[in-house]
Design a protein around this ligand. Sequence first.
Ligand SMILES: Cc1ncc(COP(=O)(O)O)c(C=O)c1O
Length: 387
Amino acid sequence: MGNNQKKKNKKGLKTIAIHHGKSYADETGCVMPPIFATSTFEHGNKANFDYTRSGNPNFSILENVLKGIENSNYCTVFSSGISAVTAIVSSLKSGDIILCESNLYGCTIRMFEKIFRKFGIQTSYFDFTNKEYIQQISKVKPSLIWLESPTNPLLKILNLKEICSEANSRKIPVVVDNTFCTAVIQKPLELGATLSLISTTKFINGHSDALGGAVITNDESWNNKMIFSQKSLGLNPSPFDCWLITRGLKTLPLRIAQQTENAHFIANELNSHKLIDQLIYPFNKNHPQFELAKSQMKIGGSMITLKLKLNKNDTFNFCKKLEYFSLAESLGGVESLICHPTTMSHASVDKEVKNTLGINDSLVRLSIGCEDVKDLLSDLLLALDSF
Ligand SMILES: Cc1ncc(COP(=O)(O)O)c(C=O)c1O
């Protein structure tokens, strides 16, 4: 065997997702890690844990997998995606400005406007699909840039590489909320972001039975800020939730592949339905940023947004007629869900802002699950054709 053949392969993402490494239970040889249901640790223990608000083996195991799949140096886990947002924003100071993509998850905006604004942190919103964001950065002089791509719920695709490069040249850190993609579809740090934020409640866990969040970075000083926020603000997750999420993560690549295949099929089939004004799916040729999506994302993902030719009442009736899509908050699980953003995920956003963005009563967001695609499609068609 030649020297090259002896070299170990670089591990693939599916392998990293399954082999989490150290389980902190060396003496037992257990294949799955136990749940370390302990609030405190005896002083001087070998692994250096002290108190679960600032670390626990189940946190470390999950952090290890998350940083592994993003190919990065650091990860800190939190009790929810929103806790991860809190950890980042609380690291800023009064007078700092966050320049945000205009279409963000509603509760992220609520946190900025209803909580942190009181403490002097300001925000400015801009449509980052518009090239003039470059002038906007110069004008606003932000301390942080906050992006999502695809955005929730309009699935706009932002040119992360270009935006991060502009920001990096001015030494402005960029947060990319990667909840809709995960590292299986895109790796924000490799595109130049400083922080990759993820609600692990969604695709990472994939079974709608736990809440969690994480911040992943290669920047040591940001990592220190995340560790500090976790313990000083009490943003830590529970060991049990980390255990569930670690288990869910093992099938992430398989689930996302199946969900995306289903979503692709459904998007193609529904594209020209007479009751649909607009079908938004990143890998649909009609998507305004189709070419960018194709170059930035490995696959199209499993989120589809529909603008229906129905009023509010009938949009709700449509949702309720579905058998396999529960009308519920959240996304990314093995089961399909439908959400009415204007009254659910984005209920807290000002009506005027929603109207400007196009988040109206006729808009629904589908999270396509792992069910048989023909069942999902016939469910959607039966409901659509009943009007
Ligand atoms: C894009 C995005 N970011 C963050 C969050 C917040 O995550 P969590 O519900 O885990 O707090 C959500 C929740 O829907 C989301 O869609």
